[in-house]
Ligand binder design. Structure first.
Ligand code: XLS
Ligand code: NI
Ligand code: NI
Length: 437
């Protein structure tokens, strides 16, 4: 039985098409820099936004109907979401999905019952996966919605709540592995604080690390070979979240010996909330060998919270894909952690949103590849540092000199010449030239 009855498979029709239900740029089989677009861009559907969120905000209730013909809060509804999700992904040519445990089934009071429901729904999803090439990109446990997590999960003051979080992670890992997941995410939803007046930061951070270590040990013991990810976010829901940004999260992983098993899942809107550009957090992750996966959305620079909009800004997707290409791709993928605006409440809008996002990333990929092939920007950067290619530069780079030796060299110089121009305006013009040619 079809849910999205009036919508067929979304074709690629090219930039001249005006068909709203067609891709203008995302052409799955087109080869860019030696790889198909579909391989460069492993897109994923977020179960929570696409099949769950129905427009409720702080001031009003649902605008969209996501009942899919069933009563919400039932297993029948949970299965209808699976049916809707698979039909949706197949019509768009999306190969991955991401989930929290409680996106898949309604949570029961007793975790044994919740786990039984998770077994039932994951069997159903496995059945649906047969004959398709759809798989899980990553799974996670929701350790922030239930009131018991008001003071966090790994960071909680209650040892019983901590154990409950461990139980949820264990099960979410089981389901992730069962569904072929490439990764497992820790988004520290309430791992942080409202005030230091009531918080032992060191104790909380140590406990978070212990929980992650136990997750790694358990995951490896059941055959999970993928990456664990931290998804940094500086604030919301807490005033301060420990995984503030990529640099902070990487430092934390190194401090607690977790850096071999973990990478970053960078969300565009989280990076900008941290006062960075999206590209900044991608670059910091990449240079540390930890760019794993991406939550593909965008924020609103005028608003101070996570608006989770579908990616529209091609400057941003181009900068993102430049980083991804330079990184040699991702071990994870591009999860649309994004939701329709509240007044965009129809089934068509769900498709328009994904078409927008997929086309924006396809354009970003095309343009980033053109920037790399054009070479003007990369050549400029290389030349900018060319003074380091001489003998002195090489000595410094190879740790073969001292402060005293450099000082003697500087004295002989008198005054160094000014460094070469940064040429920002020239480079921005090159960027525009490539974007709009
Ligand atoms: C919330 C986060 C969340 C994670 C998964 O801001 O983006 O959706 O991606 O828990
Ligand atoms: Ni987010
Ligand atoms: Ni996210």
């Amino acid at each position: 039985m079809s849910i999205f009855k009036n919508i067929g498979t979304i074709p690629y029709e090219g930039p001249a098409s005006t068909n709203p239900l067609a891709f203008k740029y995302y052409d799955a089989d087109r080869v860019i820099m030696g790889k198909k677009m579909s391989e460069h861009l492993p897109f994923a559907m977020a179960w929570w936004h696409n099949l769950g969120a129905a427009g409720t905000d702080m001031f009003g209730r649902d605008t969209a109907d996501k009942s899919f013909g069933c009563e919400k809060g039932t297993m029948e509804h949970a299965k209808a979401k699976v049916d809707a999700g698979f039909e949706f992904m197949q019509k768009l040519g999306i190969k991955y999905f991401c989930f929290h445990d409680v996106d898949l089934v309604p949570e029961a009071d007793d975790i044994k019952e919740t786990n039984r429901r998770l077994d039932e729904i994951s069997d159903y999803i496995l059945e649906k996966m047969q004959g398709t090439d759809i798989k899980c990109l990553w799974g996670t446990a929701n350790m922030f919605s239930n009131p018991r997590f008001m003071n966090g999960a790994g960071s909680t003051n209650s040892v019983d709540v901590y154990a409950f979080a461990a139980a949820q992670i264990k099960k979410a890992l089981d389901i992730t592995v069962k569904l072929g997941g490439r990764g497992y995410v820790f988004w520290g939803g309430r791992e942080g604080y409202e005030t230091l007046l009531n918080t032992d930061v060191k104790f909380e951070q140590e406990n978070i690390a212990k929980l992650m270590h136990m997750a790694v040990d358990y995951g490896r013991s059941i055959g999970f070979t993928g990456d664990f990810y931290i998804e940094p976010k500086p604030k919301e829901p807490m005033k301060h979240q420990y995984d503030f940004d990529a640099a902070t999260a990487i430092g934390f992983l190194r401090q607690y010996g977790l850096d071999k098993d973990f990478k970053m899942n960078i969300e565009a809107n989280h990076a900008t909330l941290a006062g960075h550009t999206f590209q900044h957090d991608l670059r910091i992750s990449a240079i540390n060998g930890m760019l794993g996966s991406i939550d593909a959305n965008q924020g609103d620079t005028l608003l101070g919270w996570d608006t989770d909009e579908f990616p529209f800004d091609v400057y941003e997707t181009t900068r993102c894909m430049y980083e991804v290409l330079k990184n040699g791709g991702l071990t994870g993928g591009f999860n649309f952690d994004a939701k329709n605006r509240r007044p965009s409440y129809t089934y068509e809008d769900m498709f328009y949103a994904f078409i927008l996002g997929m086309d924006a990333f396809a354009l970003g990929l095309i343009k980033a590849a053109e920037i790399i092939e054009d070479g003007r920007i990369d050549t400029f950067i290389k030349d900018k540092y060319s003074s380091w290619e001489g003998e002195l530069g090489q000595k410094i780079r190879n740790d073969q000199t001292t402060l005293a030796e450099l000082s003697a060299y500087a004295e002989k110089l008198g005054a160094p010449e000014l460094p070469g121009s940064g040429r920002q305006e020239y480079l921005e013009a090159v960027f525009n030239n490539i974007l709009f040619k």
